[in-house]
Write a protein that binds this ligand. Sequence first.
Ligand code: AMP
Length: 286
Amino acid sequence: MLTVDTVRALRTMVERARTENKKIGLVATMGNLHEGHIALVHVASQRVDFVVASIFVNPLQFGPSEDLASYPRTPEADREKLLNAGCDLLFTPAVEQIYPDGMLSQSIVSVPKVSEGLCGAARPGHFDGMATVVNKLLNIVQPDVAVFGEKDYQQLAVIRSMVRDLNMATNIVAAPTIRATDGLALSSRNGYLSKRERSVAPILYACLREMAASIQDEQRVDERQLNECRQRIITAGFQLEYLEVRNAQDLSPVTNNNAQFVILVAARIGKTRLIDNLTVDLRLEG
Ligand code: AMP
């Protein structure tokens, strides 16, 4: 596995793979890799011949009071994990490679509707920053396939919308969320949790499961139970940003004839912000 840190070197290597008739895949990350990220590499490997992973902590998607400076950076361990996973090329650009004229004079990709509300409301500018960098990475690598985790459900919806709206040629593939044995979704931010916070964190997934079972049983959203779950999360010590049930396809509010639901949660405990989600498809479970 080669590591390159310039756009030019990246393009040369991808070009070479293409002349060998290889299909190209991209897994975009911010590093501090865990099993969730590695699962994306495996999904990509099943679909393409040449897997590119990128590690770039994108300043454009962090708000002024967010954890850009303290975001965990573990380049050596990441490299080792990608090598073992069979990744072919690692792209680790510096900020200047991605934003050569600075972030203020950067064209911005803004995706309407799906990026509004939920995390979009709590993190103003986040999805613009994320969509912009994903757009750049897709243009730099021009992969046949790019794999993103369902863990970041709204992010995936924003990327799908962007790719459709802008007629981008990459096939976007979703990979399931990888969890710890107690249900907590793996996240680079889990490392911020104290021992006590880590011990209560699985309540988020427990509430998602409870709501999913209830939707399956009742074929509708039980608002009373949703409120009970919200209260339980708060009582456990979280500041709840949202626990919502939405239409799984476009994140719009649920209607009476909804068949595909997604339950989404975002909550802070101490200095850590956690998100998770679970889908329910009544067409499959009925
Ligand atoms: P990040 O490094 O957090 O920006 O995430 C990079 C990619 O990994 C995104 O597509 C995430 O959705 C995905 N990802 C993060 N955590 C998980 C997880 N626990 N399971 C599956 N995919 C994940």
